[in-house]
Design a protein around this ligand. Sequence first.
Ligand SMILES: [Ca+2]
Ligand SMILES: [Ca+2]
Ligand SMILES: [Ca+2]
Ligand SMILES: [Ca+2]
Length: 300
Amino acid sequence: MATIDSKVLQVIAVDMDEGVHSKVVYDITSGNNDQKFSLNANTGIITIRERLDYDTVSEYKFIVRATDSDPTRPLSALASVAIKVQDENDNAPHFPLTMYREAIEENSPVGTPVFMAHAIDGDRGLYGKLNYSVTEGEGKEKFRVDPETGLVSSLVIFDYESKNRYFFTLMAMDSGGKYATVQVQVDIESKDEYPPEFSQNSYHYTIPGDASIGYLVGSVHASDLDEGIDGRVVYQLRNSQSNFAINTTTGAIIIKSLFHREVSNRIRRELRNQELSLYVLASSGRPNSFKQFCCGRCSG
Ligand SMILES: [Ca+2]
Ligand SMILES: [Ca+2]
Ligand SMILES: [Ca+2]
Ligand SMILES: [Ca+2]
């Protein structure tokens, strides 16, 4: 890195005259608008006035004039000067965030894109060209990153039920060896793979004749091999059976309202003679999730 006041070059003009007429003074006539350089009028030495940055301006061009000292008719000559600024790796890459939090659905095929990592390097040119790699972490073998684009994709098929979160470190290195790292968290998103299964095909309950509101008729139970929200079981009565209610999470069926006197007698008669069927639906409660029905039979 060239320092301020260091000499860049010296311009020399030769004058064939003798004496005062051969004394040459120099100045810059154009091209030094931002005053990055100064020219010593007597020696012709050009020095740096301010820090030069390849990444801002990579080349300067200006015109230097040499004038002799004839007091009446000075003669002058022009020369063009080009100064190229050498590139330096003066900027380390950095990631614009402290951590990536991303997600991929379980069962997605190998090679599924997860996200695009992007680090910033203030250098233009080669020293700003970045190379991405996955360096460490439990997810190191499970994800790859495209060295040039930073696109992270999967190397395996994930199973939410086995493990639902992975961490790894991503590195961006410039061609001068300066680098930045960032932590990546990838959550495996659940998919509904299994329907709920009832512990029995049908449940049979007996209700005593004097059963009142809140009477626990019985409980149904279903289990689901999915973990997480797709493994949750939500119970519903399929028919609008206004006299019964089911607890959506426990599957407990209770009497919600007493039967109307006439209906009551009829249902009680029915219950004495035959069975009353209730259909229970189990699902995770998510839109389009797997559903399963079972039948609860009540007799008096
Ligand atoms: Ca750099
Ligand atoms: Ca699974
Ligand atoms: Ca699942
Ligand atoms: Ca399920």
